[in-house]
Design a protein. Structure first.
Lengths: 94, 124
């Protein structure tokens, strides 16, 4: 069975367009510009996204059953808020 | 997060002074902050993306085509690409805006993302 370049292209374009301007990319812009190590931001972002899509392919819709989405997103919201606070009030002890 | 070596003391103002005083401790701080930045970025973005539309799109294409490996390669390449574009855009902005302004803009942007996630949670 030959490698399906068409499917590869469809996956790439779909995911690329869906992520463009999405919160992860906005976070990458915010953190990449203000962080002391933009490389760490790039590797962290890319690794997180690749792992999330790997789990998506591997588990299918199973992720929603294993990890309750509300809790997961709630924790992520707190994480982003903490990073925001650290940037806005750098002298604070966070 | 309370590690004192991670607090961005005054790196933006006195990088050269820091380097000349204690190179070894500077290197340690740089390593600690690399890992700290990597982990905090990784964890928040990973949690924010779980169950998000990109993941749903990936699993739909994967289920339709029955070729999960091909779909994963395509999706992974796209995600690495958008991350790279994002970080480069941030760097590009960093050269044009003062660090203080950029930190405020970045902080507001992260707060907006946080509020968006809370809205997602409430809507679920």
């Amino acid at each position: 069975m030959p490698f399906d370049w068409n499917l590869l292209g469809v996956s790439f374009v779909t995911v690329f367009l869906s992520e463009l301007g999405d919160k992860s990319q906005l976070a990458a812009i915010a953190l990449g510009g203000s962080s002391s190590s933009p490389k760490a931001v790039f590797f962290g972002t890319a690794a997180a996204l690749v792992l999330a899509s790997f789990l998506g392919v591997l588990l299918g819709e199973g992720t929603a059953q294993i990890l309750p989405e509300q809790t997961v997103k709630g924790i992520a919201a707190i994480g982003f808020a903490l990073m925001a606070v650290r940037l806005l009030w750098p002298d604070g002890d966070l | 997060m309370k590690d004192p070596s991670m607090t961005p003391s005054p790196p933006k103002l006195s990088i050269d002074a820091d380097r000349s005083t204690d190179a070894a401790s500077d290197l340690r701080t740089a390593k600690a902050s690399f890992l700290g930045v990597f982990l905090s970025t990784f964890i928040t973005i990973f949690l924010a993306e779980l169950g998000d539309k990109t993941q749903v799109a990936t699993l739909l294409i994967s289920a339709q085509s029955h070729k999960p490996v091909t779909v994963f390669i395509g999706a992974a390449a796209a995600l690495i690409g958008t991350s790279l574009v994002g970080v480069l855009l941030g760097q590009w902005l960093a050269q044009r805006v003062s660090p203080e302004t950029l930190d405020i803009l970045a902080g507001i942007l992260l707060l907006v993302i946080s509020v968006g996630l809370v809205a997602d949670v409430v809507a679920l």
